[in-house]
Design a protein around this ligand. Structure first.
Ligand code: UN1
Length: 530
C-alpha cells in the first residue's frame, strides 16, 4: 500500500490481498469522493480470473489450519477485531464519508454495526453449540456438530461498505471457513483497511483474501464461476435481484446454497389512527436516509384516506426542510449526500420520465441538483459531485416507480382506504425485504405483521434499522430465504454433521436391533365401562 495526498486526506494505492502477498496486477481504477470528484480516495487494480483462482487456492490451503483451530480461539480474534475497529472508528468514519459520501452520523452507524457483529460472534465462538441426541439403543450416543463449509466467495455492495461485509466475513471465519471477497468498486479503500484490521486482530494470512474489480465480465463474474471449478463451498452476495438469480443458478448446478440478499421495494403504511408526528418522522427517514440508497429504504408510503391530506402536507413540509450537500464539509447538519455512483444516478434520473409517462404526479423534486438547478437547502458545490433533489410523487400500484427498486432520494405517496387495501397495496410488488406500519391498534398491527410478505417488519418504526443480532433478509424477489446476523446466520456458514458413537462392543442396528417394549393385549374400555 502507498499513500498519496489528496483533497480531504490521503489517497490509498492498494493491491489485492492474497495470502500474505499484496498483488498490484491488473488494470488500475480510481475511486473518487462522490461528493467532490477532485478528492481521489483510492487507486486499485482489477483482478483477472487467474488472480481470483489463486486467491481461492490460497483460501483452500488456509482452511486446513484455520478450520482446525478451536472455535473459542477463532472467536478471540473477533474480540480483538472489535477492539481495533473501535480504536479506528473515527478514521473509518472519515474514510467512509469520503469514499461513499455518507453523512458522519450514518457512517458511524455503519462502523458500529460491524463492531456489534464482532462482539456478538466473538462469544459465539464459545458456544457454536451442537446437540446431544438420545439414541434408541443402549450403549450408544448421538451428537450433532457444526462443520465449516470451506472456501466462501463473497460479493458485497458499496452502500454499507463495512457493516454488510461484516455480516458475512465475521460469521464465516468464526465458523472456520476461509474467504475470497470481491467488494464493491465503490469502496476499495474501506475494504482494504477492513481486511488489514482483521489481520491486525490476529487472523492468519489467507483466511480472508481480497480481490478488487467490477461485476459483470470482470472479477465478480469470474469469482462466481469458480463454483464451476469446485473451488468454492459457498457463495454470499448482496446486490441486485437479477445478479442474485444468476448466482443462484450457478450455485444450484453445483449443489451449493448461496446467501442472497437482494433488492427491495419496502412499503411503509400509515393507518388512520397513527401518531402522525411519529409517522412523518419515520417515513421521512426511511425515504431519505443515505439518500434512499439502502436496500431497506422505503419505496412506497401507503397512507389511509382519512389522514392522507394531513400526512401529505406534513410530509412535504418535512421533505422541503431536508438538507443535502457535501457531508465531509458539513459534518453535523446534513440528511444526505451524493449518489454513490453514476449508475445509481442514471436509474434515479430515468424514473422522472417513468413518472411522467405512467401518470404519476410530481409533488416535490427537480432532478439533479446543479449550479444551474439549485436546491435551496444545498450545502457546498453541487457540480463537484452528483446530487439529487428530495423527490416526492403521488403514484399508484402498477406504475413502474411503484414496483421497481430505485436507489435514490425518491418516494411515492399512495392513497388507500382502510387496512385491507393498505395490506394489498403493500404486497403489490415482487419484493419482500422490509416493511413498516404506523398504527396504535393492536389488531391492525397484528394483521399487518401476519399478512405482509416481508422478511422484516417494523411496528411504529421506520423500514430501516437492522441490529447485529436479529436476522436480516427477505422473501420473494428480495432473497432466497437465507438470513444474515444473529445465530441464524451460522446455518449459512456451517453444515450439520450427525455423529453416533457405539459403546456396546458389538454392531447394533437402528430400527432392527432396537429393543422396543411389546404392547399388552388390548383392554376393551368401552365394554368395561358400559
Ligand atoms: C443494506 O441496505 O444493504 O437496517 C443494509 C438498515 C441497515 C442495514 C442496511 N442497518 O438499514
Amino acid at each position: 500500500m502507498q499513500t498519496l495526498s489528496s483533497k480531504y486526506g490521503k489517497a490509498l494505492e492498494v493491491g489485492h490481498l492474497v495470502g500474505s502477498e499484496e498483488i498490484f496486477d491488473g488494470e488500475v481504477q480510481e475511486r473518487r469522493n462522490p461528493a467532490d470528484h477532485q478528492d481521489l480516495v483510492c487507486r486499485f487494480p482489477t483482478a483477472s480470473k487467474d488472480i481470483a483462482r489463486r486467491a481461492a487456492q490460497v483460501a483452500k490451503k488456509a482452511f486446513e489450519d484455520w478450520s482446525r483451530r478451536p472455535a473459542p480461539v477463532r472467536g478471540a480474534v473477533l474480540l480483538e477485531l472489535a477492539r481495533v475497529l473501535t480504536r479506528e472508528k473515527e478514521t473509518l468514519v472519515r474514510l467512509m464519508v469520503r469514499e461513499v459520501g455518507k453523512t458522519f452520523k450514518e457512517a458511524g452507524g455503519d462502523v458500529q454495526e460491524a463492531i456489534d457483529t464482532a462482539v456478538f460472534f466473538a462469544s459465539e465462538g464459545r458456544r457454536l453449540y451442537g446437540q446431544t441426541v438420545p439414541s434408541e439403543m443402549a450403549h450408544k450416543e448421538l451428537f450433532t456438530f457444526r462443520r465449516p463449509v470451506g472456501v466462501v466467495g463473497m460479493i458485497t455492495a458499496g452502500n454499507f461498505p463495512i457493516a454488510v461485509p461484516s455480516w458475512k466475513l465475521i460469521p464465516a471465519v468464526l465458523a472456520g471457513n476461509t474467504v475470497v471477497w470481491k467488494p464493491s468498486d465503490d469502496s476499495p479503500a474501506l475494504s482494504y483497511v477492513f481486511t488489514r484490521l482483521f489481520e491486525e486482530a490476529g487472523l492468519p494470512p489467507g483466511v480472508i483474501n481480497l480481490v478488487f474489480g467490477g461485476g459483470q465480465e470482470s472479477t465478480g463474474q469470474w469469482l462466481v464461476e469458480l463454483m464451476d471449478e469446485g473451488l468454492l463451498g459457498k457463495f454470499a452476495f448482496t446486490g441486485s435481484t437479477a445478479v442474485g438469480c444468476w448466482i443462484g443458478e450457478v450455485a444450484g448446478r453445483n449443489l451449493l446454497r448461496p446467501t442472497l440478499e437482494l433488492g427491495g421495494k419496502n412499503p411503509l403504511v400509515v393507518l388512520r389512527d397513527a401518531d402522525l408526528e411519529q409517522a412523518v418522522e419515520g417515513a421521512w427517514w426511511s425515504s431519505f436516509a443515505t439518500g434512499g440508497q439502502r436496500c431497506t429504504s422505503a419505496g412506497n408510503l401507503i397512507v389511509d384516506a382519512p389522514i392522507y391530506e394531513e400526512f401529505k402536507r406534513r410530509f412535504l413540509e418535512k421533505t422541503e426542510a431536508t438538507l443535502v450537500g457535501n457531508p465531509f464539509e458539513n459534518p453535523k447538519s446534513l440528511t444526505y449526500g451524493p449518489f454513490i455512483n453514476q449508475r445509481l444516478f442514471q436509474r434515479w434520473n430515468e424514473h422522472y420520465a417513468w413518472g411522467e409517462a405512467d401518470g404519476a404526479k410530481l409533488l416535490c423534486g427537480k432532478g439533479r441538483i446543479m449550479g444551474s438547478n439549485l436546491y435551496p437547502l444545498f450545502k457546498g458545490n453541487p457540480d463537484a459531485g452528483i446530487f439529487g433533489w428530495p423527490t416526492v410523487w403521488e403514484a399508484k400500484p402498477g406504475m413502474r416507480q411503484f414496483e421497481q427498486e430505485i436507489f435514490g432520494p425518491t418516494i411515492n405517496l399512495v392513497r388507500v382506504e382502510g387496512i385491507e387495501a393498505a395490506i394489498q397495496a403493500a404486497n403489490a410488488h415482487s419484493y419482500g425485504l422490509s416493511s413498516a406500519v404506523y398504527t396504535n391498534r393492536r389488531d391492525w398491527a397484528y394483521r399487518f405483521k401476519t399478512e405482509i410478505k416481508a422478511g422484516m417488519t417494523s411496528i411504529n418504526n421506520s423500514t430501516v434499522g437492522a441490529e447485529a443480532h436479529l436476522p436480516f433478509g427477505g422473501v420473494r424477489g428480495s432473497g432466497n430465504g437465507t438470513r444474515e446476523s444473529g445465530v441464524w446466520v451460522l446455518d449459512e456458514y456451517t453444515y450439520w454433521q450427525s455423529v453416533n458413537e457405539e459403546y456396546a462392543g458389538k454392531l447394533q442396528l437402528a430400527q432392527m436391533d432396537t429393543a422396543y417394549t411389546d404392547a399388552k393385549t388390548p383392554t376393551n374400555w368401552s365394554e368395561l365401562l358400559g
